[in-house]
Write a protein that binds this ligand. Sequence first.
Ligand code: PLP
Length: 236
Amino acid sequence: MQNIIENLAVVHQQIKLDAQNAGRKESDVTLLCVSKTKSEDMIKAAYQAGERHFGESYALEAQGKITSLKAQGFNDIIWHFIGPIQSNKTKHIASHFDVVESVDRIKILDRLNEQRPDGLPVLKIMIQVNISQEEQKQGCEEQELEALLEHAARLPKLKVIGLMGVARIDAPDEELNASFAKLKALKDQYAKHYPELTELSMGMTADMAQAICQGSTEVRIGSAIFGARDYSKAKA
Ligand SMILES: *Cc1c(COP(=O)(O)O)cnc(C)c1O
């Protein structure tokens, strides 16, 4: 667990440098610790180092960890769902998460709104947009974004706070910058009508610098904190 603490210090230092290089403040960029496939003990180590935002991608795996950690008194973690959303998992997601970043269709908006339990605060939503310049299942197309935002604005238990995007893995610098700049431009464009649209979730371990340079307000970092993932134990 010692290396998690060291890794976090390195990641924060890097965020600070990347922000400075972009003429931005370190505090403009939130670190989301992506803990999918990682143990509760590893999450606790990061928590003890001061982290409060954690990201998960598999609804059932996450439900187990979140329930267990809450029972142990870890009540102030802000849980972000960042994985592909199957409609038969929306109930779990609506019940256990604070922010859902990977929403890309109307049906999922409706189900999350219907299934958000009474008594919980509104569920924060980010719309995932396909910015990867390739055929991808995840993320709505640019032309679909307006209809999603319009629809979400009518759902009382949801509040859309921003956009999320994943750039193509191993893309060259120019392409990464162009993809992230595109998402930033969309956010700025729609924020005129939807002022609650303030967040831009973009940047992972491999492309954090480019994302921060293009205006990211939240980087989703897994392997640089917790090490490489072993998917053999992951469950949907
Ligand atoms: C797993 C995952 C991450 C973290 O990736 P790393 O390369 O380990 O930092 C970020 N975003 C999404 C959507 C993910 O699924």
